[in-house]
Design a protein around this ligand. Structure first.
Ligand code: ATR
Length: 292
């Protein structure tokens, strides 16, 4: 054991089991983050990966419940499909149409979504950015963009442009946003149509930049005024963030969102304040070990 490190957990008949249900799930950083938190808090609990194929999702969820698992995260590709398998879905997850965290309460499975709160905490703590009354340009219209759009609208942005390669997907997300937030200006655009949008904040919620050396767009013509958040975190400085730096914009990658959604999930399970610094260090260590 490293000096100062928390002791390894003793696994016994009372150990609470948590995990992450995804497919594939072997590369998830969540086990490192959550196990470090359990150790630091001296909780008799462990967090493990559960690879569950899409066609076996219902069986997998029932099995975890029957086996007395205390809670689990849900990741790609199950975040939407899992809703129908839960006993209760909290409003924040219902609104987004996706669940990333489940806890077993008595014999009921209760789902929530901590991606939105994780995103907002990262904005505040990593970028010092408060989105209320600001203009935001969001790139992407997939699952991640959805959670981010509703989080931003929930805290009162002045306007939101959803820009996506496939315009139809952006339009579909914008239509939902307008139904729920009829007083906010929400627009759809194609990814190559946002020159001079001049938002205070640009968020990349596409998968571009994830180890492919590509940027979703050229940043300079957009005229971003304050900050850029890229939900990609591998490499740590994506091409988009590198350009943000040359333009003297504040920038953050997606590691903060991962950390804070994890901290919120941990709190949902344990009803304790999450040891965020321990979790951040665990993430950094596992990424360093993998050479990322
Ligand atoms: P997630 O749930 O992680 O958001 P997703 O639903 O597959 O994943 O969405 C991926 C996002 O990245 C989409 O906005 C997608 O654009 P399309 O809707 O046009 O597919 C975007 N994306 C992925 N590859 C892209 C590429 N090569 N160029 C531009 N956008 C891309």
């Amino acid at each position: 054991m490293k000096p100062g490190a928390a002791p390894e957990p003793t696994l016994n008949g009372e150990t609470r089991v948590y995990g992450v249900l995804g497919y594939p799930v072997a590369h998830s950083l969540s086990p490192a983050m959550h196990n470090a938190a359990f150790r630091a808090a001296r909780l008799n609990a462990i967090y493990v990966p559960f690879p569950v194929a899409p066609e076996r999702l219902a069986e997998g969820v029932r099995g975890l419940c029957a086996a007395g698992v205390s809670g689990f995260n849900v990741t790609v590709p199950h975040k939407s499909a899992v809703l129908a398998l839960l006993d209760d879905v909290l409003p924040e997850a219902r609104a987004v149409g996706a669940v990333n965290t489940v806890r077993r309460q008595a014999e009921r499975l209760v789902g929530t979504n901590t991606d939105g709160v994780g995103f907002l905490l990262s904005l505040e703590r990593d970028l010092g950015f408060r989105p209320a009354d600001k203009h935001v340009l969001l790139l992407g219209a997939g699952g991640a963009a959805r959670a981010i759009a509703f989080a931003l609208l929930g805290v009162g942005v002045a306007s939101l442009i959803v820009a996506n390669r496939t315009l139809e997907r952006a339009k579909a997300l914008v239509a939902e946003c307008r139904t729920r937030y009829p007083d906010v200006k929400v627009l759809a655009a194609r990814l190559d149509e946002v020159a001079e949008a001049a938002p205070h904040l640009l968020v990349n919620a596409t998968s571009l930049g994830m180890g492919d050396g590509r940027s979703p767009l050229a940043l300079k013509p957009v005229g971003v005024r304050e900050a850029v958040l890229d939900i990609v975190y591998h490499p740590p400085e994506t091409p988009l963030l590198a350009e943000a730096r040359t333009l003297s914009l504040r920038g953050a990658n997606g590691l903060g969102m991962l950390l804070y959604q994890g901290a919120a999930a941990w709190q949902f399970w344990t009803d304790r304040e999450a040891p965020v610094d321990v979790m951040r260090t665990a993430l950094a260590e596992v990424l360093a070990l993998r050479g990322e």
